[in-house]
Design a protein around this ligand. Structure first.
Ligand code: HAM
Length: 426
């Protein structure tokens, strides 16, 4: 039997768990400050919730199996589960909804730096807000988190675009619904498989998109644009509402004081089929790492799963890439165990009186809210050695001598100084 966890998964020993809790604490606190409520869903779902036909990597990477005739999957992301939860209570839930969550997600990925087969993903999603004030709020929350983690203003940039720009370019070929989703998924692979391979997918007569060669060229050419003004010059009139939405988004970001860290980048398309409007991803400024987070507007997901139309926007922010960046910058904290006291019933051949006194004494400290480790019947030397290593502030020793004096011997583990305290006082 292998003692290693499955490839791409992690064990969290106490020191790693403390860092994880520290990070999640910041996720929770930022979400709370923006007025988001925490939700969760099962890690296991009906596989069909995640299976879409647009050629997405996330579907190919699904951990799925059939058990008792049920086709089940470990969630690769949370968004479809949230949509399912919203639909199940649509009409009852007061809009807008602002929800956050920190799910563990599973994807059978090729392992690279910052990409693993399970990751935790902080999600913030807004349901029922059609305007880009939702996206501005979400991007502002990402920057609020980055600041809390100690990153400097210039360390991370958000790149933003809108799928509606591509839609305006593809409109001539009457691309709607699933075909447009498949187009975006193909275009998103540009960095990975190159322009020729993407063009081949877009124009494949047997594929889901079936663009003409000239249209595919125009589309791929547009992805190189990095200025909104240039996008405006190159796009047809049908792009006007999407361009106006991007202008409004930058105004909103300016009000939050973060517009200087957000850039327009036409190559941001995102690899999930359900996005419909603004899309964004955050990257480290040095450009060494994969996306830190990604999100956007997905106004038709609820409909596509059988609900009534409902606008929505959100992002997912993984724990892995940010962990790499924080480590690189020396910002990952070394966190102490947080133990306050060690209470020791010193082994010494009495009739158990020291044991009982130590248990009662430890219980009183715990009732005061302190974190107390209790060591019963341990030789004094060994007890003090392990108390020193534990990171506790004090050791409280109770043995036959102390009992006879009605006292506890309290040792300050930082200074080594000792004093008696009355045993019955606490
Ligand atoms: P995503 O871009 O697939 O979007 O994932 C979001 C983030 O999760 C990534 O930017 C990355 O930080 C992290 N992530 C994803 N896959 C892995 C992996 N294999 N290993 C480590 N980290 C990973 C979504 O999942 C959307 N559901 C986000 C969203 C929420 N959109 C709207 N609401």
């Amino acid at each position: 039997m292998s003692l290693q966890s499955p490839r791409g998964t992690r064990d969290f020993y106490p020191d790693a768990m403390r860092v994880r809790s520290w990070l999640f604490g910041h996720f929770r606190e930022v979400a709370r400050r923006f007025g988001y409520e925490e939700v969760d869903a099962p890690v296991l779902e009906h596989a069909e919730l995640f299976i879409r036909k647009a050629g997405e990597e996330i579907v190919e990477q699904l951990y799925h199996f059939t058990l008792h005739d049920r086709h089940l999957a470990l969630r690769p992301e949370l968004t479809p589960s949230l949509a399912r939860m919203v639909i199940a209570r649509q009409g009852e839930l007061a809009l807008p909804l602002r929800w956050f969550s920190i799910p563990q997600c599973w994807r059978y990925e090729r392992m690279t730096r910052g990409r693993r087969r399970e990751h935790y993903q902080w999600n913030m999603d807004v349901w029922g807000v059609p305007g880009v004030e939702a996206e501005a709020e979400l991007v502002a929350a990402v920057f609020a988190l980055l600041a809390r983690l100690g990153l400097a203003r210039g360390d991370v940039r958000v790149r933003v675009s809108s799928r509606a720009l591509l839609e305006s370019l593809a409109r001539g070929s009457d691309l709607v619904g699933e075909r447009f989703g498949a187009l975006c998924v193909a275009v998103d692979k540009l960095g990975k498989i190159g322009a020729e391979a993407v063009a081949a997918q877009l124009t494949d007569p047997a594929g889901p998109v079936r663009l003409g060669a000239a249209e595919a060229d125009a589309l791929l050419g547009f992805l190189g644009v990095r200025e909104l003004a240039e996008a405006r010059r190159r796009l047809p009139a049908a792009a006007a509402p999407a361009l106006a939405a991007l202008d409004a988004l930058f105004e909103g970001l300016d009000a939050y004081g973060v517009a200087d860290r957000v850039v327009f980048d036409a190559s941001i398309v995102r690899g999930l089929a359900y996005y419909t409007g603004v899309v964004f991803e955050a990257f480290d400024a040095a450009g060494d790492l994969r996306a830190i987070c990604g999100g956007g507007r997905y106004d038709r997901l609820v409909e596509s799963l059988g609900g009534r139309p409902l606008p929505a926007a959100g992002f997912g922010f993984g724990d892995a890439v940010i962990g790499e960046l924080l480590a690189e910058k020396g910002l990952l904290p070394t966190l102490p165990r947080g133990l306050d006291d060690v209470v020791v019933a010193v082994a010494g051949g009495d009739d158990g009186g020291a044991r009982r006194a130590a248990v009662r004494y430890a219980s009183r400290l715990r009732a005061e809210g302190r974190s107390v480790e209790l060591a019963l019947d341990v030789p004094l030397k060994r007890a003090l050695r392990s108390a020193d290593r534990s990171g506790a502030a004090r050791a409280h020793l109770i043995g036959p001598d102390e009992l006879a004096r009605g006292a506890v011997r309290v040792k300050d583990l930082a200074t080594g100084s000792e004093r008696d305290e009355p045993l019955g006082e606490r």
